[in-house]
Design a protein around this ligand. Structure first.
Ligand code: PHE
Length: 433
């Protein structure tokens, strides 16, 4: 078979693919969500279940996504279709891609709101708003922000624009340049923060909290949350990784790359926990504070420490970069599809998509103020979007991808694409699916 090429371009090397996919994986899920859900679900035991989910479920499904993307060399919608047809099945498998595009929009709409909070805090840290702030005042700053749709809208709009500017540039000029610059910055900032938290008195307590496995603390609900989160944090089940896989060079090993990405994502989440919990404990705060953990507790801690202003700024900058490189991958599948389908350039595609996600984001940010009474299944819009995507749509998408790769794609195609030399490892992957 003649090798297919993507019309969107290709990553310059295997490392760029790894950087880009890691950029997608490492995001608010690692730094904002993981610590607070670990905190709410008892710490260590939750972390252990989460690690098992990453290894047993996340890694095999990520390999499947990359291989389908690289085989199809198109947006997830068209890649699913073509790979299904190549394996003599119905092109209707493209529905998995459609569901992913929808999930991407839904995630983006609340993601961008949280990223907007982050931008607000970067600015606040930079201008010294949080110096010596007490916990009541920090709570008030956060609540006032949530209650103010105008401010939320401004930062949400800025974030949407930041993402679209990268996507407009396409795979090479946009995505590749962005991750080459941002990912190293992210790692450096993270290490600075780790070095800092290791010096706080709360470090060993924070370490214990994350790695002390006490199973009596674990509930079924926590297991479900851990499973859902493993999809969310690895960007699985919605086509982001499939799209990035479609730009991957042919000769590189999928298994090795995926393990590197999953390992980096996990390490960043654990380091984020090791940065946040020691600070929380050193200041006698509550690890189970929920979504406000990062936005209420940390500013107080930063406000009181020597040099906390600078570290606070660095910290939120780090979170902002992580959110940025993830959000790009939420929209790239839809952008690629618009270009393929209508032959558009990236400019109109980004204008249309930008308007769609900007509008959806307004509904999400309204959950905290003008439509706070509006409930779906008992959730406000923001929580509904989070719950539906992370706990329903991504695992479901992942399940379809696993069924497709394990039962519908021919074994020969999978063997070809994955090129795993050890039959044992290949079978392990097959069985895991
Ligand atoms: N993985 C990202 C995070 O942890 C979120 C994300 C989910 C990005 C799905 C793309 C697709 O923040």
């Amino acid at each position: 078979m003649q090798e297919k090429k993507s019309i969107h371009g290709a990553w310059a090397s295997r490392w760029i693919f790894i950087l880009a996919a890691t950029g997608s994986a490492v995001g608010l899920g690692n730094i904002w969500k993981f610590p607070y859900i670990a905190g709410e679900n008892g710490g260590g035991a939750f972390v252990l279940v989460y690690l098992v989910c990453i290894l047993m479920v996340g890694v095999p499904i990520m390999m499947a996504e990359v291989f389908i993307g690289r085989r199809g060399r198109q947006s997830p919608i068209n890649a699913m279709k073509d790979v299904a047809i190549e394996a003599n099945h119905s092109g209707k498998w493209s529905f998995v891609g459609w569901m992913g595009v929808l999930a991407g929009f839904m995630i983006f709409s609340f993601y961008s709101v949280v990223a907007g909070w982050v931008l607000y805090y970067i600015a606040g840290m930079g201008t010294g708003d949080f110096i010596a702030i007490g916990s009541d005042d920090a709570g008030k700053v956060f609540n006032d922000l949530l209650a103010d749709p105008q401010t939320l809208l401004i930062w949400h709009t800025i974030f949407v624009a930041m993402v679209m500017v990268v996507i407009v540039g396409g795979v090479k000029k946009g995505l590749e340049n962005a991750v080459k610059l941002l990912m190293p910055a992210l790692f450096i900032l993270l290490l600075i923060m780790l070095g800092y938290s290791m010096q706080t008195e709360g470090f060993s307590q924070g370490f214990d909290f994350l790695f002390h496995f006490d199973f009596s603390e674990l509930s079924w609900n926590a297991v479900l949350i851990a499973l859902g989160h493993s999809f969310f944090t690895l960007s699985l089940g919605m086509g982001a990784i499939m799209a990035y896989g479609s730009y991957m060079p042919k000769k590189t090993s999928i298994g090795g790359s995926v393990i590197t990405i999953a390992a980096m994502d996990t390490i960043v989440a654990l380091i984020a926990g090791l940065v946040i919990f020691p600070i929380v404990f050193a200041n006698g705060m509550d690890p189970g504070a929920g979504p406000g953990l990062m936005f209420v507790t940390l500013p107080v801690a930063f406000g009181q420490m020597p040099g906390g202003q600078i570290f606070g700024f660095v910290f939120f900058l780090l979170v902002g970069i992580a959110a940025w490189t993830s959000a790009i991958s939420l929209i790239e599948p839809a952008a690629a599809w618009l270009v393929e389908k209508f032959g558009w350039s990236r400019v109109p595609a980004c204008i249309v998509l930008g308007l769609v996600v900007w509008g959806l984001g307004i509904a999400a940010l309204g959950s905290f103020n003008f439509i706070s009474d509006f409930k779906m299944m008992g959730f406000n819009v923001f929580d509904f979007l989070d719950f539906m995507t992370a706990n329903v749509m991504l695992p479901l998408g992942g399940l379809f991808i696993a069924i497709f790769a394990g039962w519908f794609v021919t074994r020969k195609m999978a063997e070809d694409e994955l090129a795993i030399s050890s039959p044992l490892l290949f079978n392990a992957w097959y069985i895991a699916l």
